[in-house]
Write a protein that binds this ligand. Structure first.
Ligand code: NAP
Length: 293
């Protein structure tokens, strides 16, 4: 079994980006600039946004954090989005999800200018991704494809089972892996909460992507010998052992599944760092105006 070290691959990617930024700045270009809107003070969202800002510092980007209170109106949040759309110094921005229940997430996502939508959530970017047109690919699936490629894991002709069909992870993941591209060509089965006899699918899978958000859901008797297992899940659970009072749990029961795998990602240190690297990569593309001229 080989552990897929997402932290290492993410830092390598960020190092390459940092060198490119250095050259851009030396040749007179401005530093790429990523902004984030954070609504409320959810602990998980605070941590994710802090990691994204830290990554900006590492690669030499400018970053801006806009904090809005939990009770912000949809109208005021939309105003903050429009301000960033019109701010010529900001190349790309994200609105950290989830949002409070009184705000319609779709209205916010659709308000982000597609050329600044470095999370790749806007319907235009999703549609372009499906049609193989230049776009920002949603950061988590993009990071997973990059990880498979970094470890030279063959996807062509393989049977991949994706568990979870969310718009930000499972669905785009299934589309990317099924594409007729070098990092695709899988035969994909997309499973969800209504799937019957899930194990009958996972037991046939060469690659399993687990993205449902139920800690330790995937057990050893659901995985065939030699499978590649990618664990996207990050659920914060209370833990007396940790200084912060919680720890992150993946969707895979790692200790019993890992011995059966050819490759597996840990949580933390697997997919999470790659999501950040992909966001940084998308922001660099935005700064270079490579997707939307
Ligand atoms: P989500 O929007 O809650 O979607 C969960 C999906 O899992 C849904 O499609 C749901 O099916 C399916 N599901 C739920 N219970 C199931 C079951 N018993 N069997 C099969 N499928 C089941 O979640 P998400 O946003 O995709 O996130 C999933 C996990 O990934 C979470 O832990 C999240 O924190 C994590 N995540 C991590 C990163 C990272 O960078 N590491 C990034 C994004 C998300 P239905 O559609 O039928 O309801």
């Amino acid at each position: 079994m080989q552990l897929i070290d997402g932290k290492k691959i993410s830092l390598q990617l960020q190092e390459t980006i940092a060198k490119e930024v250095e050259q851009m700045v030396a040749s007179g270009a401005k530093k790429p600039h990523l902004a984030a809107i954070l609504v409320g003070n959810d602990g998980g969202s605070e941590t994710y946004v802090a990691s994204k800002i830290k990554a900006c510092e590492r690669v030499g980007f400018n970053s801006t954090l806009i904090r809005l209170p939990d009770n912000v109106t949809e109208e005021n949040l939309l105003k903050a989005v429009h301000d960033l759309n019109n701010n010529h110094d900001v190349d790309g921005f994200i609105v950290q999800l989830p949002l409070p229940r009184h705000i319609n997430e779709h209205n916010i996502i659709e308000a982000v200018k597609p050329s600044k939508d470095v999370d790749g959530f806007h319907p235009i970017n999703v549609g372009r991704m499906v049609l193989n047109l230049p776009c920002y690919v949603s950061a988590t699936p993009y990071g997973i494809v990059h990880l498979l490629s970094a470890y030279k894991i063959e996807t062509s002709g393989k049977h991949c089972v994706v568990i979870g069909r969310s718009h930000i992870v499972g669905s785009p993941m299934s589309i990317l892996l099924a594409k007729n591209t070098a990092l695709g060509n899988c035969t994909v089965t997309l499973c969800h909460s209504k799937t019957k006899d899930l194990s009958s699918h996972t037991l046939k899978a060469d690659i399993i992507i687990c993205a449902l958000g139920i800690p330790e859901f995937l057990k050893a008797d659901m995985v065939k010998e030699g499978a590649v297992v990618i664990d996207v899940g990050t659920t914060r659970v209370v833990s007396a052992e940790s200084k912060t009072g919680f720890k992150l749990k993946g969707d895979v029961k790692f200790d019993v599944v890992a011995p059966k795998c050819s490759y597996i990602t840990p949580v933390p240190g697997g997919v999470g760092p790659m999501t950040i690297a992909s966001l940084i990569q998308n922001t660099l593309l935005a700064a270079k105006k490579e997707i939307y001229k």
